[in-house]
Design a protein around this ligand. Sequence first.
Ligand SMILES: [Zn+2]
Length: 116
Amino acid sequence: MSWLATWWQDASSIPPYTTLVIDDLPEEVHSETIYLVGKPRRYWCAVFQCPCECGEIVYLPLLPGARPRWRVKKHQNETVSIMPSVWRHVGCKSHFFIIHGRVRWCRLIDRDRLEC
Ligand SMILES: [Zn+2]
């Protein structure tokens, strides 16, 4: 099995993030949960633990007009997709998409080509 197949199998065996809608920023952030802060369809922030296990909490602004700004799509099975990708410029520098509650990692395959 190629390293990619092994990696993919590992990645897909991790359960997807569950989604929780809350009124205000969470005091505690559990590792398997994406918190959508605000009212349904008017979320202003998404909060979750960085999936690389560095322990950092990621805050993504969702308000129209915020820069940078992410969009969240909630699916029927209660998972979410977040667009565009999350690229941490500090700390672990992780780069990933959240699609249907699952993490899809991006990696630089050479100087200016990215694989997600
Ligand atoms: Zn991290």
